[in-house]
Design a protein around this ligand. Structure first.
Ligand SMILES: Nc1ncnc2c1ncn2[C@@H]1O[C@H](COP(=O)(O)OP(=O)(O)OP(=O)(O)O)[C@@H](O)[C@H]1O
Ligand SMILES: [Mg+2]
Length: 266
């Protein structure tokens, strides 16, 4: 791999260790990964394999111990804290297992939050549009406790989208959902991919991973690319997986970029 200027994410020999001496944990070992604009990549691995460690690094929440990480061609490891915060706030849309919505705010107010921080104009309109993209036009004035889990996660996805980020980073987004809601959320991710969005989906579940055209496996901190065109074994049956890569649709630009820590971590 070379510079990776055209990639959204470019990792080269990225290592992450925790602790030192006898208790050292090598959570990521020489990870190479390139995610290009419009890619939809699932990263799958069992508990303790390094998924959260990798997610923290991809999301600029943590820094590798060694190696190279470029976000949209920029060297993350040379950035100051405020520059890293800028990427987290403006350029990555996070979706977490626990939806992290503010309980007292209605759906549209939750989605509006990232826009507030950048004092964007037409915030309601932009938030409504994002809620429309996830099929929640009819629930915009409901608070989280008036919404089902699946609907809450759709609000969270709308909030991740509202800034028009370069990357959507979803960590076990269906981990708290029933089968029907899981299907809905995965359908939304597939649609976002068709619309040209770049998505990284982290999961321990092969069935979830199989919605992504590209699957990368992590095991003991080592990343392995699944061959394109192979299928994942699911309890003896073959799941739809790793479809051949198709041409990338141009990325659609929505109105406005920007997200803020608090929105993701609140
Ligand atoms: N802060 C830390 N200090 C020491 N070791 C850690 C730390 N965080 C993670 N680890 C270790 O690093 C390895 C990878 O952990 P990580 O949390 O990335 O796994 P994971 O794939 O997300 O697991 P799970 O599916 O259970 O969430 C594990 O062996 C874990 O014990
Ligand atoms: Mg984890």
């Amino acid at each position: 791999m070379t510079g990776g200027e055209h990639a959204v994410l470019h990792l080269e020999k990225v290592c992450k260790t925790y602790g030192a001496g006898e208790t050292i944990v090598r959570a990521l070992r020489d990870v190479d990964l390139e995610v290009r604009r419009g890619d939809f990549v699932a990263i799958i691995g069992p508990s303790g394999s390094g998924k959260s460690t990798l997610m923290n690094i991809l999301g600029c929440l943590d820094i590798p111990t060694s190696g190279r990480y470029l976000f949209a061609g920029e060297d993350v490891m040379r950035m100051r804290d405020d520059q890293l915060a800028h990427i987290r706030n403006l350029r990555i849309g996070f979706v977490f297992q626990q939806f992290h919505l503010l309980k007292k705010l209605t759906a549209w107010r939750n989605v509006e939050l990232p826009l507030l921080y950048r004092r964007a104009s037409r915030r309601r309109e932009t938030a409504m549009r994002a809620l429309g993209m996830v099929g929640l036009d009819h629930r915009v004035d409901h608070t989280p406790n008036q919404l089902s889990g699946g609907q809450q996660q759709r609000v969270a996805i709308a909030r991740a989208l509202v800034t028009d980020p370069e990357l959507i980073l979803a960590d076990e987004p269906t981990g708290n959902l029933d089968t029907t809601s899981t299907r809905d959320i995965l359908a939304i991710l597939e649609q976002l991919h068709k619309d040209g969005r770049t998505i990284v989906l982290i999961t321990h579940d092969p069935e979830i991973a199989s919605v992504a055209p590209r699957v990368v496996r992590i095991s003991d901190g080592v990343l392995t690319e699944e061959a394109v065109g192979t299928a994942i074994e699911l309890d003896g049956r073959r799941a739809r997986a790793a479809k051949p890569r198709t041409a990338r649709a141009p990325r659609r630009r929505a109105a406005s970029p920007m997200i803020v820590e608090d929105a993701a971590s609140a």
